[in-house]
Design a protein around this ligand. Structure first.
Ligand code: SF4
Length: 377
């Protein structure tokens, strides 16, 4: 189903992965478990024999979500709720929902009420990750999730199954890392949209199959030097709708680094190879980069962006702001101030899952890069 796919097919499936997930579920008879982002240990869900699927919104019209969430709830939460209420809810046998911000706290209650007949479990990560108790907390949550899935599935989790699942997921991230590295050096080897479609689909489909596609794609990428690209980094949580990447491709931006949950932060989830898989899953939680709703050092966001900008030799930062994301809105004013003081050019792109026309984004983006270069791109 997801092996031997071309880049073109991957872009198409990533735009709407649900028909293929439906077919997979029908063919295999296996259960599908959805999670909103971020940080649910998908390896655990997979080790039970279920398909973990990250829910990353929909561009289909909002019909039911506005009656359950206020207009000023973030676009991602509204879009994800709509996805399950109106379009794909029946596909999922259950959900594991993290509570990372106030919006997701309310959202998981709404979810539970909306799906009384489905398995709905929460995954609660500490929002202050630098506290000494945070490690203990994360480990307790991983163990609680395992106990809950054991109760639901009626079968226990074997250590070797969890280790094998970790190996498959690590392999997936390793392959994505290699492809990203090739794209950094050879921007014409694959487009930004193609690269981030690989990430997105990795978070949504069976990795045993998809890793085969990734291997073939990696081996066949053309490594030819090309000119005329402007190296940039992307900062944010997600970058949607996917057509935003078309804008970057149109004006020949080469994304050489990012902090997205649907990008590098996913890669930072490689699980260390230690004897106890639960300890390893706990430990990796603290190796991930900055994520707006989860805070420790107040300067971490700025320091990470600055380090990435310098390390990649990027020419500009594109901050992707999800409409009404309260966590980003809390961070952004300070981040802007510090970045301006440091003399790093930054453009804030406001995104909304239900946006169909991107012409206003295109105009502002073009104007920013023209002013940066002192002329037309
Ligand atoms: S972190 Fe932001 S985008 Fe994510 S659910 Fe919370 S408010 Fe929405």
């Amino acid at each position: 189903m997801w092996d031997h796919l071309s880049l073109k097919e991957i872009v198409e499936i990533a735009k709407d992965p649900y028909p293929s997930i439906r077919k997979w579920a029908k063919d295999t008879g296996k259960k599908v478990v959805g999670s909103t982002i971020a940080d649910v240990p998908e390896e655990v869900i997979h080790a039970f024999g279920f398909l973990p699927v990250s829910l990353i919104g929909t561009d289909k019209p909002l019909k039911k979500a506005p009656s359950r969430l206020p207009d000023n709830a973030c676009s991602l939460a509204r879009s994800n709720l709509e996805l399950v209420l109106s379009y794909e809810g029946d596909l999922f046998d259950g959900f594991v929902l993290p509570q990372v911000c106030d919006t997701t706290q309310h959202l998981s209650d709404i979810w539970r009420i909306s799906f009384p007949d489905k398995y709905v479990e929460s995954f609660l990560v500490p929002r202050q990750a630098d506290r000494p108790s945070a490690r203990y907390w994360v480990k307790e949550e991983v163990e609680r999730l395992i106990a809950s899935l054991t109760g639901w599935s009626g079968k226990g989790l074997k250590d070797e199954d969890l280790k094998e699942s970790i190996r498959i997921h690590n392999e997936n991230k390793g392959l994505l890392k290699e492809i990203y590295e090739i794209k950094r050096q050879y921007p014409a080897s694959l487009s930004n949209k193609e690269l981030f479609s690989l990430f997105k689909l990795s978070m949504q489909v069976d990795k045993v199959e998809f890793n085969k596609s990734l291997k073939e794609i990696k081996d066949n990428l053309k490594t030819v030097k090309s000119n005329g690209y402007t190296d940039v980094i992307l900062v944010g949580i997600t970058c949607d709708p996917p057509e935003v990447y078309d804008l970057f491709d149109e004006i020949k931006l080469n994304i050489v680094g990012d902090t997205l949950v649907t990008g590098t932060r996913y890669l930072q989830g490689i699980v260390p190879d230690t004897a106890n898989p639960i300890d390893a899953l706990t430990e990796r939680h603290f190796h991930r980069g900055f994520y707006s709703p989860i805070h420790d050092d107040v300067f971490k966001n700025f320091e990470e962006v600055k380090a990435l900008y310098k390390q990649t030799n990027a020419k500009a930062i594109i901050y992707v702001h999800i409409e009404f994301c309260e966590s980003q809105e809390y961070d952004l004013p300070d981040l802007k101030k510090m970045i301006r003081k440091e003399g790093m050019p930054m453009h804030v792109l406001d995104t909304e899952y239900q946006t169909l026309s991107l012409s206003h984004l295109r105009t502002r983006l073009q104007a920013f890069f023209e002013s940066l270069k002192g002329g037309s791109l």
